[in-house]
Design a protein around this ligand. Structure first.
Ligand code: 0A1
Ligand code: ZN
Length: 884
């Protein structure tokens, strides 16, 4: 049967008349239209006859009317590109079913029924990597958010919870390992070289948590004893040669399981926990019940092929997916508007875990950098949305930094306001109250309110209002009183022209200039548009340290003297605030340079103050190298652009590079000494050695920015003598920015050394696409024709083109060539993998905040994409929002 693609009625929401779709505009789904599904589906049984080219699926659903919903005489089963080969109701073949778009509608007369539907799918042809797909000869599923409907017809919405029984059979030679959720109940041999397995998951779950994997895999196996003494078998499945790189993932898993018991009181609830690594995957990983599927990037790590950052990534993502077992699986989401319920909370949980495993302040600085780099621009651009959105066209577009990272910050504020212990009482109540349910963000807030005894009435605005609040800060001193004047402004965002003031918890301290000390930190909460707070006992004007630990996800606009920033950069006992003071010092200076506010001598005075502050950081014995590494990092060009209403990327690049070159030459001896000291620390995973590796490459990069004599040789020396990927990649990154024989030599050596390791070859692509080399555009074009480049693998696409899109110099080349390359990529990739293609719209979507010439070029590329027609729902939504 030929089925034309028409929009289906989505999860419990009617398609609004005022949102009638134009040919290119898929319908709008609205949160306020939520209705419970008319039918319960307590049990599902799936039978898979597996093949790479063709897989047959027989789905059997027990259904009964849902007493909490309107009665219905039909059932709508969502499908996406499927054809029903046979439909049975209560054992009888029926033919009175119909299709509505891709959905299957079956008339049902009575109370309880058994429905059976047969479908046939082609995993090898599934390049979108949603539903059941083939990757390197194995079969694998991805069902969040709406992938299950590409496998079989089903009410594919998160509030329909069922227990699943899965039988699969296939050729043993192709698929020796057969996995699904829950426990393995039976297995056996079939005819003609086939074998089969039966899995049963006792925990009711929504369809997005279903998973199946079949392939030729080997496992790193271990076990974990839970706090109540139950033994859980742990397996990490990978392809044969990858087994030696799974040790760190396994350690991370066991640490995560222990930590969740200790810190959140959450125990694992099955006897088996499986992880499978796949190389073709749209996202980082997926928390399917008892069978997490991971992008290989977040499983495989050893010192020769993974950087320290990669090791941290593995630990963090393993933890994230594991923590979802409670925050996401045991308590799931009522609808996709509640996505931040599981994602914001789980990100907070993985951040707290990583803080406990490593350096708390360094992790906090890294997390804030991610927030500012990805979420702040989202919040100030055309794609801004609240952490609980009100509408969407394609839910895949809402797996955003706002839902994840701002969502985590919002919950972190609740925790700061009530303290750890009361927060734990709140989360205990949340898990108790909603275990086994599909809950809402409001359920979470209410549980924290009740359990932690915290009034969150006004705080709920953080869930409904988009935009990053700006807080203006002025400190006045009179007699012995210091008065802090604060005002807040939540900027307008698409669809939200007017905003109300939100509660903003700010940790502050007032430093005495003489002693360099303060009398204790305080938490003040700004709840009004403007307010003042007075503090007695200050004979002289103190220095204000504000938003310590980044207690609120806001932009602070402080009226503060440069000397005070220098003071805080040297004395603040809150590491985040100390880092922030140095960042503000640099941002202030660079903005003045860009705006042409400084004459030569003023510019030199500014640079000297920064050099002195950095020099103090280099000499400070009270901070470790991990923290030193953070303090040495200048604010990114993206962050600088974000602080300006309209940015000139060329001017930002020039000013920032100018400062880096100045610091490189002014502090040449100090960088060389640091490089030498750090190079003498032998490789290990401890904080000291990791810190040494971090500052070593920073020192090298500053020397390269200053183009000091012998830097190419020094970089080659670091590259060629490296006994780990952190040093090797660091040196290659530096060489990539330069133009010389060492660059060519190192790139060739790196390629030959690692050509069989896909994850390392991804690094090779991205180092070149992110390079400051003047010919970066030409390099990227040539790399797109490299035999190892393919549009079919999302990691490879991201490594070449995301690297390029965040390369401010190349992407924003005044010719507009960079914009065209990204637009061409979107059009080429969209029919292959819409989800990944749509992610590339964001960099072009910043056009309104860029100087007029480039802005017009960016907009023109978006218009070209829009005009192309036949776009996926994913890409068309992002393009129309970006132009809207
Ligand atoms: N829930 C996962 C993220 C995820 C979302 C969609 C996916 O499909 C392409 C895959 C993964 C997480 O937060 O880890
Ligand atoms: Zn998640």
């Amino acid at each position: 049967m030929d089925i034309a693609r028409t929009p289906s009625s989505p999860d419990g929401n009617t398609v609004m008349a005022d949102a009638a779709p134009t040919p290119h505009e898929p319908p709008v789904i609205r949160r306020e239209d939520y209705k419970p599904f008319e039918w319960l589906v307590p049990e599902v049984s799936l039978d898979f006859d597996l093949g790479l080219g063709s897989t047959r699926v027989v789905a059997t659903l027990s259904v009964a009317p849902n007493a909490k919903a309107d009665p219905s005489t039909t059932i709508r089963l969502n499908g996406d590109g499927l054809e029903p080969l046979a439909v049975q109701v209560d054992g009888e073949i029926v033919s009175d079913w119909s299709m509505d778009g891709y959905d299957l509608i079956i008339p049902l007369t009575g109370e309880g029924h058994e429905l059976r539907v047969t479908t046939q799918i082609s995993p090898a042809a599934n390049s979108a990597l949603m539903g059941l797909f083939a990757s390197n000869g194995m079969l694998c599923t991805q069902c969040e958010a709406e992938g299950f409907r590409r496998i079989t017809f089903f009410p594919d919405r998160p509030d329909v919870l069922s227990t699943y029984r899965v039988r699969m059979s296939g050729l043993k030679a192709h698929f020796p390992v057969l996995l699904s959720n829950g426990n393995l109940e039976a297995q056996g041999e079939g005819e003609d070289g086939t074998h089969w397995a039966e899995w049963h998951d006792p925990w009711p779950k929504p369809s997005y948590l279903f998973a199946l994997v079949a392939g030729d895999l080997v496992a790193n196996s271990d076990s974990f004893t839970t706090m109540s003494g139950r033994e859980v078998a742990l397996n990490i499945y990978v392809r044969d040669g990858d087994l030696p790189r799974t040790g760190h993932a396994m350690e991370s898993l066991k640490k995560s399981m222990r930590w969740d018991e200790k810190v959140f009181g959450r125990e694992y609830d099955l006897d088996l926990f499986n992880i499978v690594a796949v190389s073709d995957f749209n996202m980082g990983a997926m928390e399917n019940k008892g069978l997490n599927v991971f992008n290989t990037k977040y499983v495989l790590a050893d010192p020769d092929t993974a950087t320290d950052g990669d090791f941290d990534g593995v630990e963090g993502v393993i933890a994230h997916e594991y923590f979802h077992n409670w925050s996401g699986n045991r308590v799931t989401c009522r609808d996709w508007f509640q996505l931040s319920l599981k994602e914001g909370f789980t990100v907070l949980r993985d951040q707290l875990f990583s803080q406990d495993m490593g350096s708390e302040p360094v992790k906090r600085i890294e997390d804030v950098r991610v927030l500012r780099g990805a979420q702040f621009p989202e919040d100030s651009g055309p794609l801004a949305h609240p952490i609980r959105p009100d509408s969407y066209r394609e839910i895949s577009n809402f797996y955003t930094a706002t839902i994840y990272n701002k969502g985590a910050e919002v919950i972190r504020m609740m925790r700061s306001m009530c303290g750890e212990e009361r927060f734990r009482a709140g989360t205990d109540l949340y898990f108790d109250r909603h275990d086994g349910e599909a809950a809402t963000c409001e359920d979470f807030v209410k549980a924290i309110e009740d359990g932690a005894e915290l009034d969150l009435e006004q705080f709920r605005l953080w869930y409904s209002q988009a935009g990053t609040p700006k807080v203006s800060v002025r400190l006045e001193h009179d007699g012995d009183t210091a008065t802090l004047h604060l005002s807040q402004d939540v900027p307008p965002t698409p669809g939200q022209p007017e905003k109300q003031p939100m509660p903003i918890p700010l940790r502050i301290a007032l430093f005495d200039r003489e002693s360099g000390k303060h009398d204790g930190e305080q938490l003040i909460t700004l709840t009004k548009a403007q307010d003042s707070f007075s503090f007695e006992g200050f004979a002289t004007k103190p220095v204000l340290s504000i938003n310590r630990g980044f207690s609120a996800p806001v932009v602070i606009e402080r009226d503060i003297a440069q000397d005070d920033l220098v003071f805080l950069a040297a004395h603040d006992d809150d590491p985040f605030a100390r880092y922030e003071a140095l960042q503000d010092l640099v941002v202030g200076h660079l903005k003045d340079v860009i705006d042409g506010n400084l004459d030569d001598s003023e510019r030199d005075t500014g640079r000297q103050a920064i050099a002195a502050a950095i020099s103090a950081v280099l000499d400070d014995e009270h901070i470790d190298d991990l923290m030193r590494g953070e303090m040495l990092l200048l604010p990114s060009e993206g962050y600088l652009a974000e602080t300006m209403l309209v940015a000139d990327p060329g001017a930002i690049h020039e000013a920032r590079q100018g400062l880096r070159a100045y610091l490189g030459t002014q502090l040449e001896e100090a960088w060389k000494a640091l490089h030498q000291r750090a190079s003498s620390v032998p490789f290990s995973h401890d904080a000291e050695a990791r810190g040494a590796r971090k500052v070593k490459t920073h020192a090298l990069a500053y020397l390269a920015a200053g183009d000091v004599d012998g830097v190419q040789e020094l970089a080659w020396e670091q590259y060629s003598s490296a006994d780990n990927m952190t040093d090797r990649q660091g040196a290659l990154m530096v060489l990539c920015n330069l133009d010389g024989p060492e660059r060519t030599r190192a790139l060739l050596d790196f390629y030959n050394r690692y050509k069989d390791n896909a994850l390392v070859i991804d690094k090779w692509f991205s180092l070149q696409s992110m390079s400051l080399h003047p010919n970066a555009i030409e390099h990227v074009k040539a790399l797109a024709d490299h035999p190892q480049f393919t549009l079919k693998n999302p990691n490879r696409v991201r490594s070449l083109y995301m690297g390029f899109a965040v390369n401010p110099q190349a992407f924003h080349d005044a010719s507009g060539e960079g914009y065209r390359m990204i637009a061409d990529l979107i059009l080429q990739l969209d029919p292959i993998n819409p989800q990944t293609a749509a992610r590339f719209v964001t960099p072009l979507g910043r056009w309104r905040r860029i100087e007029p010439k480039r802005s017009a070029l960016m907009k023109a590329e978006l218009e070209q994409i829009a005009a192309a027609g036949d776009l996926s729902r994913d890409t068309s939504e992002q393009v129309s929002r970006s132009l809207g």
